[in-house]
Design a protein around this ligand. Structure first.
Ligand code: ADP
Length: 549
């Protein structure tokens, strides 16, 4: 690691001389205002979630200097984004747009290509352009966080509308949505809930998608498709454009809500429980993204270091044994020595909730030993209450607590998708557990049930200052991705450093989908300047030159 105090020599993107690059930056400064072009020559400071850096990944899994920006620029308008894109084409400089850069666990603010110029859209483009209280929609710039949107609804007295928030509420609504992030109300599929984009293309043109293409329309945020091919899809998890505005639908206040939590005693309850959840979820009796969490993760959510849980602080460096986990759970948690905790929420007025909750109760109690937890018995800072807020669309950051698990805690996710079936849950659980055990890593699985599929979200928490633990986390991840792919499971989203590998697992038809993506990339971005390599899509200029990892 470089010493933090020294001035750093800024990284220069490959293919341009240092002097020419500095001159080019100066030229860009003349267009944007020189204070809006920052060369990255300061020490790399990690900060924390709410004061995160925009120059690199604060939770890096490689050496921090690997995926680092050469400079950060701050446009204030779509026109300035266009100007930056034209400038990047002129000098063949890779640019990497972020909305707020709080994409923790997936690369944070880091660019995929070292020395890219990061476009921090969120700093100066953070307006809520519209909130429509009749249509239940809004129109946002990239710098609007879930907190900011929530607060704007409160401030305007719009209690009839809810937002949906992911586990951590400090990120950008636009950034999270274009990366197809999820939340926990019935509007949790953010991509499905958006309507209409404004996009700056890699050659500098601007388009509006859906009804936005019709001048004078009043349906951009209410009808997502417009006429002709539905183009929005190619701007999610890609590097085909820079989103400068996005429409989002808002959920009607359901007129009441009630969280509930059940625990189940044995690891082997997983399969029958998932089979019980499936018809309830598809039939919308379980109405939000259902979360089934393993007790180890509940222990980590206490926010204490793992060393606290070893008798006599005797951390042997390996993964926590089942005995230690259950002893800790019995001592510290309402789940006691149970293994699984289910967090859900029922929406609507009392009489409607009653009916649904009775159905859930009857089904869940088919698992011997199932227990419904009474929230009144829980301490005020119990994780249950964070789940309660999030399922009611109230932003929160409780989830961050488990990075205290190791010194210099960072996290990175493995998130394969499967049908909601007991056999799939068991196969993925075993795959994750065995691989974690092999690398001496504690296993934090949570099954998040969408509507007809579930994501297994496994967060590996590691000491980012320890190269050996970083490597163990990487090796474990890489092995899980390959093993999962061999069983037919793919990731729904991934970290920058795993994008090539994950894209490579989507290989049907001799890699037909990547060939298609590359053809779009080359047509839209002939100079290959926009976020090269993101999601495994390399422009022609980079292909076959050893950039993949
Ligand atoms: P958040 O603030 O929610 O954490 P980020 O700004 O980190 O989200 O966005 C996650 C990723 O999505 C970024 O690294 C970037 O690759 C992509 N992205 C975010 N915002 C945009 C945008 N406005 N246009 C194009 N791509 C974007």
């Amino acid at each position: 690691k470089p010493t933090k105090e020294r001035q750093r020599l800024p990284v220069v993107p490959l293919g341009i001389e240092r002097d020419e690059f500095m001159k080019a930056l100066k030229e860009l400064g003349e267009q944007l205002g020189e204070e809006h072009v920052e060369i990255n020559d300061k020490p790399l400071v990690d900060g924390w979630y709410m004061e995160h850096p925009n120059t690199h990944d604060m939770m890096t899994i490689l050496d921090e200097e690997e995926l680092v920006a050469s400079a950060v620029v701050y446009p204030s308008s779509t026109e300035e984004v266009q100007a930056i894109v034209l400038w990047a084409n002129k000098y063949r400089v890779p640019i990497f747009p972020i909305s707020m850069g709080r994409n923790l666990g997936y690369g944070g603010a880091a660019p995929r290509v070292r020395g890219s110029v990061t476009i921090d859209l969120g700093r100066r483009m953070s307006a809520i352009l519209d909130i429509n209280p009749e249509d239940y929609t809004c129109l946002l710039e990239p710098g609007v966080s879930f907190y900011a949107l929530y607060e704007a609804l409160q401030a305007r007295g719009y209690s009839h509308m809810w937002i949906d928030t992911p586990d951590l509420g400090g990120g950008s609504v636009v950034g999270n949505t274009v990366d197809r992030g999820v939340g926990y109300t019935p509007y949790g599929d953010h991509w499905a809930a958006h309507s209409g984009l404004e996009v700056v293309l890699p050659t500098g043109e601007v388009i509006r998608t859906g009804m936005g293409a019709l001048p004078g329309n009043n349906t951009w945020q209410t009808f997502p498709y417009g006429f002709g091919p539905y183009s929005d899809g190619i701007f999610s998890q890609s590097n085909f454009g820079i989103v400068t505005k996005m429409g989002m639908t808002l959920m009607p206040n359901p007129g009441g809500y009630e969280s509930f939590m059940y625990t189940f005693p044995h690891e082997a309850d997983l399969a029958p429980l998932i089979d019980i959840i499936r018809p309830l979820r598809i039939g919308n009796i379980l109405e939000n993204v259902a979360q089934l969490r393993h007790v180890t993760q509940a222990i980590a959510a206490l926010g204490q270091p793992r060393s606290d849980f070893f008798p006599g602080g005797d951390d042997d460096g390996g993964a926590l044994s089942d005995d230690v986990v259950h002893a800790a759970a019995t001592k510290h948690l309402a789940v006691g020595d149970h293994t699984w905790a289910y967090y859900g929420m029922s929406y609507g007025p009392d009489h409607i909730r009653k009916h649904k909750l009775a159905l859930v109760d009857a089904e869940f109690r088919k698992i011997p030993g199932a227990k419904k937890v009474d929230p009144a018995t829980l301490p005020a800072d119990d994780y249950y209450f964070a789940r309660d807020r999030i399922a009611a669309g109230i932003p929160d950051i409780h989830e961050l607590r488990w990075v205290n698990w190791t010194p210099n805690g960072a996290h990175v996710a493995f998130s394969p998708v499967s049908p909601i079936r007991g056999t799939d849950a068991t196969a993925l659980f075993k795959l994750g557990k065995d691989t974690h055990d092999k690398y001496g890593i504690d296993f934090f699985p949570a099954f998040c049930v969408g509507l007809r599929e579930m994501h297994l979200i496994v967060e590996i928490v590691f000491d980012r200052a320890d190269p050996e633990r970083r490597k163990a986390a990487m090796d474990c991840l890489r092995e899980m991705v390959d093993k999962a792919a061999r069983l037919g499971y793919g990731e729904y989203r991934t970290h920058l450093v795993l994008m090539d590998q994950v894209a490579g697992t989507y290989s049907w038809g001799g890699g037909a989908i990547m060939k298609f993506n590359e053809r779009i990339k080359d047509a839209l971005d002939p100079n290959g300047i926009l976020a090269p390599g993101r999601c495994g899509i390399w422009p022609e200029r980079y292909r076959g030159r050893g950039w993949e990892m």
